[in-house]
Design a protein. Structure first.
Length: 178
């Protein structure tokens, strides 16, 4: 450890050892933590990695070693996850995060199901037939531009209904309402 030569050496710091060649020999690296309390962990670790690499001559001053970027990516993901977890605890206090996500996905699937069912009903009222009969009519003849567009939109609605029913069936056991 470096002796405190003056007041600057009394600041919070990290002392890291880095191998310099001979087995058992390490070069001390001084890393100042002052004014870094507000930094995200990834930035601190990246700066520490850069300082060590510079002291060992592995890169030029100001470089960011490849492994430093990984610290930053991990920290960003951890921060985002912590924020989401915090919101999940506030909005769903009695649920595990997985259950809360299942609840949200289930609600979205139910809303989408209603939207697709409404679309399909509107086409059924407009044409006075079920989708299968309308499809046969479109395939057998020469539909107008509007009929062709309605066919594609109605098919989208029918496919959406099927997809959302599958998702709801899959999500119900994962939610608290199961």
């Amino acid at each position: 450890m470096r002796p405190a030569a003056h007041w600057q050496d009394l600041r919070p710091a990290v002392f890291a050892g880095a191998p310099v060649g001979e087995e058992g020999r390490y070069r001390p690296v001084y890393f100042d933590l002052q004014d870094k309390a507000a930094w995200p962990l990834g930035r601190v670790l990246t700066d520490l990695a850069r300082t060590i690499a510079e002291r060992l001559g592995l890169c030029q001053a100001g470089c960011v070693p490849k492994w430093g970027y990984n610290f930053y990516k991990v920290e960003v993901a951890m921060t985002l996850n912590a924020r989401l977890e915090s919101s999940t605890r506030r909005l769903f206090p009695n649920l595990k995060p997985e259950q809360a996500l299942a609840e949200l996905l289930l609600e979205r699937a139910q809303k989408n199901l209603i939207k697709y069912q409404t679309m399909a009903r509107q086409f059924q009222v407009k044409y006075g037939v079920e989708f299968n009969l309308f499809r046969q009519k479109v395939m057998a003849g020469e539909p107008s531009v509007d009929e062709e567009q309605d066919y594609f939109d109605w098919e989208l609605a029918e496919t959406g209904i099927e997809d959302m029913q599958v998702e709801i069936k899959r999500l119900k056991p994962l939610s608290k309402k199961a």
